[in-house]
Design a protein around this ligand. Structure first.
Ligand code: FAD
Length: 466
């Protein structure tokens, strides 16, 4: 069955399901249907036959059993931010976890229990109350669930590792409606696969994370130069980060400047290259570490300064609102060779849409100190991860942006070393294999055979059991 196949759903049975739930069932025509069928990427429009908005584990298990019994295609929704829109389907059932928002922080034990509908901003808010944080992503409305299951990269990773490296245990509803816990010493095979293998093995209803001390202030923010300066900025940047401390993480951004309150009107629309830094150690150390960047060349604008970590975490939110049309191409590269810099300079200057952008993520540090085989995540030794996104606010002009993103990505092809699975679009099975590498992919396939032999969970970066 494909995501576009329509199925007949037995309505009396749906009504009976609805009476058992703590959450709610939404069908086409119901109030809220239009709202809940939508996902973050506005270019995705699908019409599920049934949306089950789960309030807890019991609802998730009921939904899984119901879908199995009635042969329904199932999409699982955490934060709804899957680039290709895997968390919604046509005709089948969406198991929507977004009502499951519980977070419990243990400040003494430095752990947090987090339900599957939580988004990053909620989690940061609760943990920062105690001067703690989970190493995670960089946009507040991204779902903790999908981000964690694919790996989880962000500002804290070079010091504290990926989000999966902070994961202590998970509660999982399996494809047959069963319920298991997985941790390093309990269902260890499943725990290995969950840490990078996406939603292939079950529905995680709750995550337990280790927390790290952070903030409340960090030294962070972007420094901008004109796009014409890209080659010399990138050459300087390459040398500067070569021996930087793990506390520093940077993202190079190429885009046209958005109209935002802190941006001088004269810069709006200009093509720029920016290095956004975040130093997760002391503010004083951060100021010292970032000083060379701030004084390089003649920046157009410098917004890198002490600020609350929570403010920094929402910095990219205006660039990625719900409902715009988004298309992504992604790849890893080993380093910033002259060839990579040439591609960046050339294609960066060709950006058309004011809402299109490129993010080049600096990897390394603690991410690379975990063994490649310790988790299902692949690419721990990569130098950088590219996220090339061709965006438009509506469908108008979207095709031009898609073409631009493809041509940028293709020009980088000689330098590709891999790809972060959470940054894939719907690119086919071979790309998923490439993302994991053959050996790891085969191990994941065996795990899939053990936990989901019918490929019940297949709307994801799918690892088919056979
Ligand atoms: P969803 O669309 O709800 O889910 C994504 C996938 O996971 C789907 O296949 C879904 O079925 C599955 N899934 C969701 N919840 C569960 C669950 N509880 N159990 C089992 N399967 C589940 N990634 C980073 O690493 N770092 C970043 O900083 C970052 N920033 C981003 C910013 C934006 C604006 C966006 C759109 C994405 C970003 N990403 C980032 C990528 C992100 O990690 C993935 O898009 C991720 O899949 C989003 O998770 P979600 O829960 O919001 O999405």
């Amino acid at each position: 069955m494909t995501s576009t196949e329509q199925v007949h759903i037995d309505q009396p049975a749906v009504e009976e399901l609805a009476t058992t739930l703590r959450g709610e069932v939404i069908r086409p025509g119901d109030l809220g249907y239009e709202q809940y069928r939508r996902v973050w990427n506005g270019s995705i429009h699908r019409h599920p036959g049934l949306i089950v908005r789960c309030a807890g584990v019991a609802d998730v298990r009921s939904a899984v059993r119901f879908a199995r019994k009635h042969g329904l295609l199932v999409a699982v929704r955490g934060g709804g931010h899957s680039f290709p829109g895997y968390s919604v389907c046509d005709g089948g059932m969406v198991i929507d976890l977004s009502l499951m928002k519980g977070i419990r922080v243990d400040p003494d034990g430095r752990t947090a229990r987090v339900q599957a509908g939580v988004v990053l901003g909620d989690l940061d808010r609760e943990t920062q109350e105690f001067g703690l944080a989970v190493t995670s992503g960089i946009v507040t409305h991204t779902g903790v669930a999908g981000l964690t299951l694919g790996g989880g990269i962000g500002w804290m990773m070079r010091k504290y590792g990926l989000t999966i490296d902070a994961l202590l245990s998970v509660d999982v509803v399996t494809a047959d409606g069963g319920f298991v816990r997985a941790a390093e010493n309990h269902n260890a095979d499943l725990f290995w696969g969950i840490r990078g293998g996406g939603g292939n093995f079950g529905i995680v209803t709750e995550f337990e994370f280790r927390l790290h001390p952070l903030g409340p202030n960090v030294f962070a923010g972007p420094v901008f130069w004109p796009m014409e300066d890209a080659p010399k900025v990138l050459e300087f940047y390459r040398d500067w980060i070569a021996d930087c401390p793990d506390e520093l993480m940077t993202i190079v951004v190429q885009r046209r400047v958005l109209a935002l309150p802190m941006i001088p009107p004269s810069l709006v629309g200009k093509h720029v290259i920016a290095v956004t830094a975040c130093h997760v150690g002391s503010v004083e150390d951060g100021e010292r570490v970032v000083r060379p960047l701030k004084s390089f060349g003649r920046p157009l604008l410098d917004l890198c300064k002490p600020k609350p970590y929570l403010a920094h975490q929402s910095m990219f939110d205006p660039s990625f609102p719900h409902g715009w049309w988004y298309y992504f191409r992604a790849c890893d590269v080993a380093g910033l060779s002259d060839g990579v810099i040439d591609v960046m300079a050339e294609h960066g200057s060709r950006i058309v849409s004011p809402v299109t952008s490129v993010a080049l993520w600096q990897m390394g540090g603690a991410v690379a100190r975990v063994g490649e085989d310790e988790t299902a995540f692949n690419g721990r030794n990569t130098g950088f991860t590219f996220n090339i996104n061709g965006n438009s606010t509506t469908g108008e002009g979207f095709e031009v942006e898609r073409q631009w993103a493809r041509s940028y990505w293709s020009a980088l092809a000689p330098h590709h070393t891999g790809v972060y699975v959470n940054f894939l679009m719907d690119e086919g099975g071979e790309r998923v294999r490439q993302a994991y590498g053959s050996a790891k992919y085969d191990r994941l396939k065996a795990l899939k055979r053990a936990y989901d032999p019918d490929n019940f969970f297949r709307l994801n970066q799918n690892i088919p059991p056979t």
